[in-house]
Design a protein around this ligand. Structure first.
Ligand code: NAP
Length: 291
């Protein structure tokens, strides 16, 4: 039976560390890290995500400044707000909640978040720098960073290992692959056009699944001893649950945990790490201001 990588416990430990660091920054430099959240439109799920992020900030002593704009806001107004936030000294990080309303150009909006405050890591320059050998991206995106942190804090070596990433999105698959490469893994990325995926996944020492397909990775698709990080969050019907549904990952946990050396559960694996990494990035941004 595999070691279960407990993302909830690791994320809780990280939040405690961040709270201590925030207090130290305030005591030694009089600086309170600040995160501006920009929510455009009235998507209830997005509103919940932003609320959770702001609550998490409050719990560790990070100030948060919420901007809620109507869906009809023009792109120019958003760009103006981002410029203003970019010049504010009490705002160290800026987060633009995705998805944006249809009339907005996502690439242009994300590119307008100043690199030094891009705590979500979605500015395309930040993403590109992840892949340039010898360069340091100012910030790595939160979910991929959470995957790497789970490996590190579980004592799992990355350098020299064969890593396979399922999915190539700009939010998870591509950046996590670049981060594994920067840590000297030998990396293969699979996507929806990859033939015979099982023959690739069976070569993995470390397998990261981020495709959004419930229980896609089955026991016969991995080799014994693999380390599995399951990013997928999929809601499936479950008549035994009072809600009639439950969350599962992209990995068939019951089957794959029989083969794996270590595996993350869903929920309670990668999920809790994303906000923890957002807090960490905001703290880092504030620290950079004082040194
Ligand atoms: P996405 O933008 O929809 O990208 C999915 C990727 O998976 C694409 O690259 C796609 O390939 C690939 N793919 C889809 N079906 C496939 C198949 N049958 N075989 C191989 N590859 C396939 O999704 P995402 O935003 O990266 O999210 C992926 C999953 O992670 C979702 O379940 C999401 O809910 C979850 N997620 C969790 C967190 C968190 O834990 N905090 C954060 C973000 C996302 P193509 O490029 O060829 O289309």
């Amino acid at each position: 039976m595999a070691q279960i990588i407990d993302g909830a416990a690791i994320a809780a430990a990280i939040r405690t560390e961040i709270k201590e660091e925030v207090a130290r920054l305030q005591a030694e430099h009089g600086v309170t890290p600040g995160l501006a959240t920009v929510l455009i439109g009235d998507d209830p799920a997005s509103a919940t995500y932003v609320r959770n992020k702001r609550r998490a900030c409050a719990e560790v002593g990070i100030a948060s400044f919420g901007y809620e704009l109507p869906a009809a806001t023009s792109q120019d107004e958003v760009l103006r707000l981002l410029r203003e936030l970019g010049s504010r000294e009490d705002v160290h990080g800026i987060l633009v909640q995705l998805p944006l309303p249809d009339h907005m150009n996502e690439a242009e909006v994300l590119a307008a978040v100043p690199l030094t405050k891009d705590v979500d890591g979605f500015n395309p320059i930040n993403l590109g720098l992840l892949g340039v050998k010898g360069r340091q991206a100012p910030f790595a995106p939160c979910t991929p960073q959470g995957c790497i942190e789970l490996l590190d804090r579980s004592g799992i070596r990355i350098a020299g290992r064969r890593a396979v990433v399922l999915g190539r999105s700009a939010i998870v698959g591509l950046p996590v692959a670049l981060m594994l490469l920067a840590r000297d893994a030998t990396v293969t990325i699979c996507h929806s056009k990859t033939p015979n995926i099982a023959s690739v996944t069976r070569s993995a020492d470390i397998l990261i699944a981020a495709i959004g397909k419930p229980r896609f990775v089955t026991g016969d698709m991995v080799k014994p001893g693999v380390v599995v990080i399951d990013v997928g969050i999929n809601r499936v019907a479950d008549t035994n649950s009072p809600r009639g549904s439950r969350l599962v990952g992209d990995v068939d946990f019951d089957e794959v945990s029989e083969e794996a050396a270590a595996i993350t559960p869903v929920p309670g694996g990668v999920g809790p790490m994303t906000i923890a990494m957002l807090l960490k990035n905001t703290l880092i941004a504030a620290r950079r201001q004082v040194v």
